[in-house]
Design a protein around this ligand. Structure first.
Ligand code: GTP
Length: 550
């Protein structure tokens, strides 16, 4: 048994090792001959790979601009463009005072600093040259124009440096996402979350840290998912041992049951990760606020009020908003994605029907649903104590946690005065006259802040995290107080991992080969989060959001 298990573990480790260090390796099958499945990221030879360059800092007047060059000819770029007092060739990883010159005319373009990162200890894992020059439009264009004169150089595409870092195995997908989130971070919480995913010191670690010890600084998210995958592969190893040596060999009892037991625990762990109320995604991208209500209630007016500009069309015609309009705003210092939706009403108009359907979905997906009710549409009971009757179209969608804004208070008549409408998370305004808007904004922002702080501080994962996964969460000193899932993509893959583990749990012990296959798919699903396998489809979508020079 020991021998069988050791061999199976070795094989599984081999699978894992291949997948972990080089995305282009082969996934071995447990019960067939090892075969090359496909090359996921065919490696390019130096001759095929161009040397790319780009301005890596924002264009315009500033103290310093950084032009980055990466590729097999970076060293040649140095010898053609960089003139130092000491020597022709650079000392790697050392900043040197230099003149940047035109490769053909020798004209001095600027005076600055340059540094050479020798492959593979660079961000892209290729030879990299960084030119730190003065930031001015003319200087930058002259240096970029000089680089364009070199036949092996071409301008980089958006995110191409990071793409090369990914292909070179420097970063996995969770780290690429983390890096993008880090650049986009607007709040302290977002910055911390992104830094954790990207890996502390990841971006420039290559300057100081040995390439081999790179694993010490890899992103915490990556570590978490790798650990999860290792756990699944551990189960798989047990099944493989049974497949290969079960018959005719003296294999101890209970191996299958043990694998089932571990798979069951893993399933509950992943499920508990999934039941996180999207906190990681909310922290990363902001609170999703959906404004809904009957037509003409003042929803678009509210969106414009939040945005402080005419972002949405406002007219007296009911049904003006037909589709969802989404804006990213800062409300009281909190990042919020606000959606204005089509007015809810019974309709036969096919376009309006689609709008209403989308509005319902946006309400379901919202972290906060804010219903705008026109005071005109309220039932006009005469008694002071008359309960508020919401318009029929929205009644079913108002829950205990729905925020309500009674708008058009200027049209309020007699008995049903503002105090009659007051309550927690209920406000009364006239977006037309401005009456009540200051109080509403202050109180609404407070409610938002409360929700946000709750997210930031209450992220102690009360779920049962296995001990070996816990260490991964504590390496930044935040001992498990940070979300596990930060992108919707992670959620999709984890959900399918649960389905595959379920598939394994549903197979009978006689169908062990089938069960192993299910577990292998589960491991692959988790592997997709880090981008170790089958990720071509997500790459383009991800890298196109990067800026040129990153
Ligand atoms: N009297 C009054 N009119 C308002 C107020 N707020 C908005 N309105 C008017 O009500 C009309 C409808 O406003 P919108 O903001 O377009 O309402 P909506 O809920 O987005 O409407 P739909 O697009 O039909 O769903 C416009 O003519 C606004 O000027 C208010 O507080 N008082």
């Amino acid at each position: 048994m020991q021998r069988a298990l050791a061999k199976a573990v070795q094989r599984s480790r081999h699978d894992q090792h291949c997948l972990a260090i080089a995305p282009f390796f082969v996934v071995r099958s447990a019960h067939t001959e090892p075969k090359r499945v496909r090359l996921l990221h065919p490696a390019l030879s130096d001759a095929q790979r161009a040397t790319i360059y780009a301005l890596s800092t924002p264009p315009g007047k500033a103290g310093v601009a950084v032009v980055r060059v990466s590729g097999p000819n970076a060293i040649d770029v140095w010898s053609k463009l960089v003139k130092t007092r000491k020597r022709q060739l650079p000392e790697p990883w050392k900043m040197e005072r230099c003149q940047v010159v035109h490769p053909e005319t020798g004209e001095i373009l600027d005076d600055g600093l340059a540094v050479f990162f020798k492959a593979p200890r660079s961000f892209t894992t290729e030879d990299v040259v960084e030119l730190h020059i003065h930031s001015g439009r003319a200087i930058i264009s002259s240096v970029l124009a000089a680089l364009s004169r070199l036949p092996y150089c071409r301008p980089a595409e958006a995110g191409e440096f990071t793409r090369r870092a990914f292909h070179g195995g420097r970063l996995d997908l969770t780290q690429v996402e983390g890096l993008k989130d880090l650049v986009d971070a607007e709040t302290e919480g977002q910055r911390r979350l992104a830094l954790r995913a990207a890996g502390v010191g990841e971006i420039y670690a290559c300057r100081r840290v040995d390439y081999e010890s790179h694993k010490n600084i890899k992103g915490a998210t990556r570590v978490q998912f790798e650990q999860l995958r290792t756990e699944i592969i551990g189960c798989l190893a047990k099944l493989e041992a049974l497949i290969d040596f079960g018959e005719g060999e003296d294999i101890e009892e209970g191996v299958y049951e043990e694998a089932r037991d571990r798979a069951f625990k893993l399933k509950s762990t992943i499920q508990s990760y999934l039941q996180d109320s999207r906190r990681g995604e909310i922290l990363r991208s902001g609170v999703r606020l959906t404004i809904f209500g009957a037509p003409n209630a003042g929803k678009s007016s509210l969106l414009n009020f939040f945005a402080q500009r005419e972002a949405a069309i406002v007219t007296p015609v009911p049904g003006t908003t037909r589709d969802i309009l989404e804006l990213s705003l800062d409300i009281g210092g909190i990042p919020v994605i606000v959606s204005d939706t089509a007015g809810l009403r019974k309709t036969v108009d096919p376009v309006e029907l689609i709008g209403v359907e989308r509005a319902r979905k946006a309400i379901d997906a919202a972290d906060i649903a804010l219903c705008v009710v026109s005071c005109e549409d309220l039932d006009r009971g005469d008694g002071e104590d008359c309960p508020v009757e919401f318009p029929e179209a929205v009644r079913a969608l108002i829950g205990d946690d729905t925020f309500i804004l009674f708008n058009k208070s200027d049209l309020l008549t007699t008995k049903r005065d503002k105090s009659n409408l007051a309550g927690p998370h209920r406000w009364t305004t006239s977006l037309k006259t401005g009456d009540g808007t200051t109080e509403f904004l202050a109180s609404f922002a407070k409610a938002l802040q409360k929700k946000w702080e709750l997210l930031q501080t209450s992220f102690t994962l009360s779920i049962d995290i296995p001990r070996n996964l816990r260490y991964a969460l504590s390496d930044n000193g935040d001992s498990g107080s940070t979300p596990f899932i930060t992108h919707a993509r992670h959620r999709v893959h984890l959900k399918s991992a649960v389905q595959f583990i379920d598939g394994f749990l549903a197979t009978s012990p006689d169908d062990i080969v089938l069960g192993a296959e299910e577990l292998r798919y589960a491991a692959r699903a988790v592997g997709k989060v880090s981008g170790l396998i089958d990720v071509e489809d997500v790459l383009d979508a991800l890298f196109k959001d990067f800026c040129i020079g990153k």
